[in-house]
Design a protein around this ligand. Structure first.
Ligand SMILES: [Zn+2]
Length: 167
């Protein structure tokens, strides 16, 4: 299953690596032991991510379960997980569309109630059986911090391994 570089046509070498999953928009997410094809000629590389829909589901649950407040990138990630536009999220949250835009661009911090409401909507949509309202009490009062997690794609599916954020 050799593949050719889409940049220069040279043969690519495929191996398994840990890669930062920057494309998802969340800076602290690492995919463990995924297949990466690299071109030794021009430096192009391609990451093969299996079961991406399930991966994003697991990531959304990991974001919802963290205790630090949501970052702007996480608000955006959760909104797209819900399949909503900014206006649709605003309508569901009872907020103005400009407010949602300010949250996602980091111009206004997400308030503690909006933070919890967004988490609850994601849980309702993705895994209603796991909703435990007392979990929401753990959402911290202090500043937002990125989710730090490593995602491991085993045969049974993706699992998120949360690592404590550096303080
Ligand atoms: Zn190349």
């Amino acid at each position: 299953m050799d593949m050719k570089c889409f940049g220069c046509g040279h043969e690519m070498t495929t191996g398994r690596e840990n890669v930062k999953y920057d494309a998802c928009g969340l800076p602290g997410v690492t995919l463990v032991d995924v297949e990466v094809s690299r071109c030794g000629q021009c430096g192009q590389y391609e990451v093969a991510i299996p079961r991406i829909e399930e991966l994003h589901h697991v990531m959304a649950i990991a974001v919802v379960r963290k205790s630090a407040r949501l970052t702007p990138a996480e608000v955006r990630f959760l909104r797209t997980t819900l399949g909503w536009s900014g206006r649709e999220l605003a309508d569901h949250m009872g907020a103005a569309p400009e407010t949602v835009s300010r949250w996602e661009h980091g111009r206004t911090p997400v308030g503690p109630q909006a933070d919890r409401l967004l988490r609850l909507m994601v849980l309702h949509r993705t895994s209603p059986e796991s909703v435990d309202l007392s979990d929401l009490k753990r959402v911290a009062a202090q500043a937002p911090a990125d989710l730090r997690t490593r995602l491991i794609g085993g045969t049974a599916g993706w699992t998120a391994e949360a690592t404590p954020s550096p303080s």
